[in-house]
Design a protein. Structure first.
Length: 343
């Protein structure tokens, strides 16, 4: 197995368990085989049956949390956590057809709609903040988020809803711009709701596919970089249409297929395609809304050094981050953001 790795070939998930966990046992006499091996035996059995999914792996990670707290001091928890991260990346990626190039699939890239993987991505704010920190506007200084705020302001809403509010940064900007409006910020992640509430927002834990609001309850709904995460896009959009008043507006931001494609390919990956993007978003929205306006932004990600670019990639694919060729000094990579205004 070690020879295959040094030759640069991909290891299967079962190979990873055999090699990495075997190395941990040999190198650490404090390793508690009974506490963790039973858990990973289940993983191996499921893989042999062909039934292991990213969702199952996420649940096994949750089971590992209380176990590792009871381990002896010599146990290196980081080794097993890193192993599970790598397993999750491989299992989340779709199986390529024969002869097709390999690369991260949408779930592996942190912007898919496999719900266990999405929940893991947003259980804490660190990944989101790392990704957010590198983004700049367009070359002429246009800030796509500011354009989205003004699009909402132009609708002069009395009642606003944001789905997938994250830490509440966008909702806070909207609240400052429209101080007289009632704004409800929602997210599925308890941690994100907690952070949004700390900003003084009316923040609630809500499933966007089952909005707990009456018909015609809002003049505007915002969905900022989140519709590629929902498990059933048409169901979620139908819910949005239901809670909007007849003349209401949906403001939705997303990315294009070319978003960071140069960074991903430099690391040996592929451009990422999602269920709601610059390329396919308008078509989907027209199934629920009569009028759809599309505004594209050629944004930029600026990394002060190679380590910052690796840290960004590691938020969704640690293995891809390791493959990024070294570069000196600051580097800029092209983004592709799109704003949809649907009525």
């Amino acid at each position: 197995m070690r020879g295959r790795r040094e030759a640069g070939e991909d290891l299967t998930p079962e190979d990873l368990i055999t090699v990495e966990l075997g190395r941990a046992r040999r190198g650490d006499p404090g390793y508690d085989e009974g506490a963790v091996d039973d858990l990973l035996d289940d993983v191996v059995a499921a893989m042999r049956e062909g039934s292991l999914t990213p969702g199952q792996l996420a649940r096994w990670r949750q089971r590992l949390e209380p176990v590792t707290r009871r381990l002896r001091p010599g146990y290196d928890r980081g080794q097993v956590d890193a192993l599970l991260d790598r397993l999750h990346t491989q299992l989340a990626a779709p199986t390529p057809s024969a002869g097709a190039p390999t690369g991260p699939g949408p779930s592996a890239a942190g912007i898919g709609n496999e719900q266990e993987a999405v929940a893991q991505q947003y259980a804490r704010e660190d990944r989101l903040e790392t990704r957010r920190s590198v983004w700049r506007g367009t070359a002429d200084g246009t800030d796509p988020v500011a354009v989205a705020v003004e699009a909402l302001a132009a609708a002069a809403p009395r009642d606003l809803l944001e789905i997938g509010c994250g830490t509440g940064e966008f909702a806070s900007r909207v609240a400052a711009r429209l101080p007289g409006a009632r704004l409800v910020a929602t997210d599925q992640s308890p941690r994100m709701v907690e952070l949004a509430a700390q900003r003084g927002l009316d923040a609630r834990q809500v499933d966007a596919s089952e909005l707990p609001f009456g018909d015609d309850a809002f003049d505007a709904v915002a969905a900022m970089w989140m519709l590629y995460h929902v498990p059933d896009l048409d169901r979620t959009l139908a819910q949005v249409r239901r809670v909007l008043r007849p003349d209401g507006v949906l403001i939705a931001m997303t990315n294009g297929d070319g978003h960071l494609a140069d960074l991903l390919t430099a690391a040996g990956g592929e451009p990422i395609r999602t269920q709601f993007s610059r390329e396919n978003g308008a078509t989907t929205l027209r199934r629920h809304f009569a009028h759809v306006e599309q505004i594209d932004f050629d944004t930029r990600a600026v990394f002060p050094d190679h380590g910052a670019a690796q840290a960004y990639l590691a938020t969704f694919d640690p293995a891809l981050a390791e493959q990024l060729p070294r570069f000196a000094g600051e580097a800029e990579f092209a983004g592709a953001a799109t704003l949809f205004i649907a009525t």
